[in-house]
Write a new protein. Structure first.
Length: 154
């Protein structure tokens, strides 16, 4: 399912969404790959309207904002709800070209709607520690793709 459904919603107002937590990741905020930022992958993204609930995307990556961080470390299958606004961004890599895609930005009013566990461990305080923890969670996957640990501990 394409995120083109997000285009139909428009960017003029905020909407309520629901998604199922899949996994964490990280991205780099600069081309030198010196500053990693934690992210999370949600699947089965639904638009929650007043009179209907509509599946609008099969997945979406979001920054691990303070709202998601406050939920604690999520488990695959946890369901979260949040408000957000649809926005466009350039998808791709400068050597291979860019295309226009759609995302949900500025998530707020984040809540845990359904949890696999009764308690969730807290995240470390520093982004660098969160990114290293995420790397350790999925070490085998990152190593198989030759992705180094984001922050080397001295």
């Amino acid at each position: 399912m394409s995120r083109k459904n997000l285009k139909k919603i428009g960017a003029l107002k905020r909407h309520r969404f629901r998604g199922t937590f899949e996994k964490y990741g990280f991205k780099y905020s600069d081309w030198k790959k010196q500053h990693a930022k934690p992210t999370l992958l949600l699947t089965e993204i639904y638009l929650i309207g007043e009179d209907k609930i509509e599946l609008i995307s099969d997945h979406i990556w979001l920054n691990l904002t303070l709202g998601f961080n406050r939920l604690g470390i999520l488990t695959k299958g946890d369901v979260v709800g949040f408000d957000g606004r649809v926005a466009t961004y350039q998808k791709g890599y400068y050597l291979k070209g860019y295309s226009k895609d759609y995302k949900i930005s500025h998530p707020s009013k984040v809540i845990l709607e359904k949890s696999v566990r009764t308690e969730h461990e807290k995240f470390p305080e520093q982004n660098r520690d969160i990114c290293n923890m995420i790397y350790d969670f999925y070490r085998d996957d990152y190593l198989s793709r030759s992705i180094p640990k984001p922050y080397i501990e001295y």
